[in-house]
Design a protein around this ligand. Structure first.
Ligand code: SF4
Length: 329
């Protein structure tokens, strides 16, 4: 059987499975347009289990578009602290304000794309889940499932090429009578069964439609060219004096992390090469970058330049300012 030649049977098998297998997530058990929007913003680049506590805290403080629109930006960013990719929080804040001002409100995937931070994927997810609009969601999960179902062994240069290639298949199998359920079922299947490294084909509800499972090729599909890893080394200073820590406030016009604080880095300030003992070494990955940060304990004299963005922060103030996740840790 093929999901493309028998889409009705495929939809039915997927829907039957999703009805009983879906995880009880707060935006599913008590849904609303606002919760769908917030969950879709938070779920980008973040696993569901990581974002759940953030989502619950967010809903307590900002329960609807009105509360979010009225909140100061600093507070919005503070509630996002630890989730990373802060442009999502800034866009969500702007979206709340613009959405409230819009009349009429967006109803289609295309209309949602006029709002901040909304691209083809998010617009399809919001309009289908919250408004029953027949748009197919195509993210990494859906690419993986559809490429495996159809045994698509083509090599793609990057994710967006793969998304473009499988979108017609996603539209063919879409259940236009219940697009929100269908899209969530596809995403759930990708997150819990059709896993990237070890697909659980023996318990898969659509295994009878899957051409790669029949041929034993699932593990190598989809074939998306990986970017070469780039190694980046950054030295940072830990300068503590009279109970205050010297931090750098990222300028408001910066493209990333604007308004947040971090330990001063050698990439921003010339630092004496022999400044003091190593307090910690941290390695983390962001997209294709492997970043190694070395944190040195040092006197203030290790820093040669002055900047109005360098600020002494008391330990009590640390709880109120927004630090990126790695810096807070
Ligand atoms: Fe994925 Fe295996 Fe299901 Fe095919 S049978 S869709 S490879 S989990």
């Amino acid at each position: 059987m093929s999901p493309l030649s028998q889409p009705e049977a495929f939809r039915q098998a997927l829907a039957d499975w999703y009805r009983t297998a879906q995880r009880p997530l707060p935006w599913r058990t008590d849904p609303s347009l606002y919760k769908t929007v917030v969950s879709e913003f938070m779920a980008q680049q973040t696993q569901i289990k990581t974002m759940l506590p953030y989502f619950n805290r967010w809903l307590q403080r900002f329960p609807d578009f009105d509360t979010l629109a009225a909140a100061p930006r600093e507070e919005v960013l503070k509630h996002w602290e630890g989730l990373g990719y802060y442009s999502r929080a800034r866009n969500l804040h702007r979206l709340a304000r613009e959405y409230l001002a819009l009349d009429p409100k967006p109803r289609t995937a295309e209309e949602w794309q006029a709002l901040p931070g909304i691209g083809p994927y998010t617009s399809a997810a919001i309009s289908s889940i919250a408004q029953n609009f027949p748009a197919a969601v195509v993210d990494g999960n859906v690419v993986r499932i559809l490429a495996r179902l159809t045994n698509d062994t083509r090599r793609f240069k990057h994710n967006s090429e793969a998304v473009k290639a499988v979108t017609p298949a996603a539209m063919t199998v879409l259940n236009s009578a219940a697009p929100g359920h269908h899209n969530q079922a596809m995403m759930e299947l990708g997150a819990t069964v059709c896993l990237k490294h070890k697909p659980l084909c023996t318990v898969c509800p659509v295994v009878h439609f899957c051409h790669s499972a029949a041929r034993g090729t699932s593990a190598s599909i989809p074939d998306i060219q990986r970017k070469a890893t780039q190694a980046v080394a950054i030295d940072r200073l830990w300068i503590l004096a009279s109970g205050k820590l010297l931090l750098y406030r990222i300028p408001d016009d910066a493209r990333q992390l604007a308004g947040q604080y971090e330990l001063p880095a050698s990439t921003q300030f010339p630092i004496t090469p022999t400044f003091g003992k190593v307090l910690a070494t941290k390695t983390r990955g962001i997209t294709n970058k492997r970043i190694k940060e070395t944190i040195y304990q040092a006197p203030a004299s290790a820093l040669h330049s002055q900047s109005s963005n360098l600020q002494w922060i008391t330990l009590e103030q640390l709880d109120r300012i927004t630090l990126s996740g790695p810096h807070r840790r």
